[in-house]
Ligand binder design. Sequence first.
Ligand SMILES: CC(=O)SCCNC(=O)CCNC(=O)[C@H](O)C(C)(C)COP(=O)(O)OP(=O)(O)OC[C@H]1O[C@@H](n2cnc3c(N)ncnc32)[C@H](O)[C@@H]1OP(=O)(O)O
Length: 430
Amino acid sequence: MSPMNAEYEIRRFEPAAPGEPGYPEAVAWDNAVSFGFHEERSTDERIQESIARSRVDGAVYTGAYQTGQPAPHSLGSEVPVATFGSQQSTLNIGFGRLLDAHLITGVTVRTSHRRRGLLRRMMTEDLALANGNGIAIAALTASEASIYGRFGFGMATAEQSITVDTGAKFRLDHVPEGTVEVADPTVLLELAPQVFARVHGEQPGSIGRQEFYRQLAAGASSREGGPDAKVKAALHYAPDGTVDGYVSYRFGGWDKTPATMEIIDLVAATPAAYLELWQYLAAIDLVERITWNEAPVDNPLTWALTDPRCVAASNPRDLLWLRILDVRQALEARRFATDGTLVLKVTDGLGLTAGTFALEVQDGTARVTASTEAPDLELDIAALSSIYLGAVNPVSLAAANKVREHTAGAAFLAARLFAVERPAHCLTHF
Ligand SMILES: CC(=O)SCCNC(=O)CCNC(=O)[C@H](O)C(C)(C)COP(=O)(O)OP(=O)(O)OC[C@H]1O[C@@H](n2cnc3c(N)ncnc32)[C@H](O)[C@@H]1OP(=O)(O)O
């Protein structure tokens, strides 16, 4: 055993419910995560709610614990010095296909124990375990973009913040369809998962949502912790009366100029529902601006406005990071936009799925086999994971030396093969 391995014990467990013997361990883990993300100390009630949500999500907590005696007066050995959460969900990989995905979240290492390899150790063990369980892809959203490339994760989708001027210039060039009505936000506890399920089935890049999201949309919980009494909600009804979209939002306060409404969550299962919800937001009296911090980069709203400059975008950033754990399984799970053959030489620093693979696509279906032929493209698993959803162009990655093109035109062929039916976008932070 190396000195580092001897110093820490890694334990994995499912969070227990209050009253069960394992509950204090779950509480200590949750507290360590809050500490790692500089959040205020949680009340017992908030921790209980957070653990209850984790249990609904089927989360697994991993912690690194000191094996020796901690320094006198310092945090006890029952408090993990490092945390690492995971859970199963699904990822929409285009053309209506959902792939099981291993989600990683809640990664923290206490400052006094950082840069000793704890993240590397937990990540390496966790990915190997997920791979061994037959999962083809792992996913996360990153606090810093410099951390996860070394473990084979590649940026796969982006998002941005938008500010929309809803003054006199705001005019949508569209044919109204259906109606919008205000609702008590608590109806979203039931409706939000239903609307999201439709979107999830159709939106490439979408990750299945956690329990937190319906509570967030309903104002029953908030990113700050407790319920949010400011939350309001509106629903879009399709012509047949089905609720096919919703927006939850809150007023930014009278001291803000211009008066602003902030979108908390906007989910629409049809293009008509999306634009009608925007029409509703723009019509709210006494407000001249709408902000949304989780907007798609490729936004139909811009194109539907007679004056596209009503939308000011800022802070474009990575959202979803993917890590293919099994190249053959992940590629064969996808449907491809066109036919063609590519030989890919894939490197993998963690040794999970390196090799040279022939990708042969016929009628959109892939067959992937080990190959001894010279590769058309050579790339790290992080780059392949980036292009997997069709939202990152292999031609750009070749220009950035992240993909080496040995056959002229192979990167462009990859771009056409991996294209999906609509711009990939992830609506879920986790
Ligand atoms: C999915 C999520 O939960 S995202 C949230 C990530 N967590 C945070 O941002 C909370 C604050 N940060 C932390 O808790 C820690 O600094 C962590 C988790 C990012 C890193 O933990 P550590 O145990 O220090 O990492 P570890 O020692 O295993 O380092 C592994 C490698 O990552 C590198 N690394 C670690 N953190 C960073 C960083 N912030 N930026 C760039 N490189 C980093 C190390 O240099 C090391 O590189 P090497 O193996 O090539 O030498």
